[in-house]
Design a protein around this ligand. Structure first.
Ligand code: SF4
Ligand code: SF4
Length: 273
């Protein structure tokens, strides 16, 4: 049983949990990050050891916790709009910490583990029928940058014009934003026959994720001595990663969500993280 990646993830999250508690005195961060870290570590462990639905179960657990408990009941806007909102307020809590850990600094260690094991949008998209994309990738990646700028500009304008009840506006942005993302994600998946089409073209979070995950310590690697270049891994990859090229500059290298479908399908057991 392979445990090194899981232990690394668990250790990092526990360190984060206790460090943030030390600086903020807020016990929420201990159980929040301990729960997320343990869930992701268990998900990676199950996936590495061939459990078919391990990753989906973990993603449903973490994604639902963040969406329903922290987002809806806790009133925290964890979307990109919430990140800018809390950042402009100067509040180093909530969405700002969430983004720093899951989407800005953390991916330097665990890449896009967020997308593979915790995202509440993808937890639903991954249940749709198009797990392996059947169409060629579109040249629509610019959409994420446009959306990123629009969201930043929108929140900036709210602050510039000192709009009242920003807390309430942010809560409704979280609800409406998620509803739009779910509808768009499902429509795109059916239209393009690709469950992860939303992640590839629309999700504005990937503007952060793609930069930091380029340097990720945890990444899928191919043992060239074992590989027979049958190409099975490339065919099954939901994110069109050029797996056989070990370089960080490989095509779609910053798209890898560590789902390990490639490793599971490799007939020579040549792929590892
Ligand atoms: S790309 Fe966006 S929607 Fe897709 S899994 Fe990552 S954060 Fe979630
Ligand atoms: S390269 Fe492997 S682990 Fe990464 S997204 Fe593709 S199939 Fe999943």
């Amino acid at each position: 049983m392979r445990v090194s990646a899981a232990i690394l993830i668990e250790t990092i999250f526990l360190l984060i949990a206790f460090s943030i508690y030390y600086f903020t005195g807020n016990v929420f961060y201990i159980y929040n990050f301990a729960f997320i870290g343990t869930s992701v570590a268990v998900g990676v462990l199950l996936t590495q050891n061939g459990h078919r639905f391990g990753r989906n179960i973990i993603m449903l657990a973490v994604g639902s916790y963040l969406l329903i408990y922290v987002g809806i009941f806790g009133g925290e806007n964890l979307l990109l709009s919430g990140f800018w909102y809390y950042l402009f307020l100067g509040v180093f809590e909530a969405a700002v910490i969430h983004y720093l850990i899951a989407k800005i600094a953390g991916p330097v260690i665990f890449g896009r583990g967020w997308c593979g094991y915790a995202c509440w949008i993808a937890m639903v998209l991954d249940l749709l029928p198009y797990k392996i994309p059947t169409n060629d990738r579109k040249d629509w990646g610019y959409v994420r940058y446009v959306l990123f700028v629009v969201i930043f500009a929108f929140v900036s304008v709210l602050f510039i014009f000192k709009v009242n009840r920003l807390d309430m506006i942010m809560f409704y942005m979280f609800i409406i934003g998620n509803a739009v993302y779910y509808i768009l994600g499902i429509l795109l998946a059916y239209k393009l026959h690709d469950n992860r089409a939303f992640c590839k073209y629309v999700c504005p979070i990937t503007v952060f994720l793609k930069i930091s995950s380029y340097f990720s310590i945890l990444r899928v690697k191919v043992n060239q001595d074992k590989c027979i270049e049958c190409g099975k891994c490339m065919k099954i990859c939901p994110m069109d990663v050029e797996i056989l090229n070990d370089s960080r500059k490989r095509k779609n290298g910053t798209e890898c969500i560590l789902c390990l479908n490639c490793a599971k399908d490799c007939p020579k057991n040549a792929i590892k993280i």
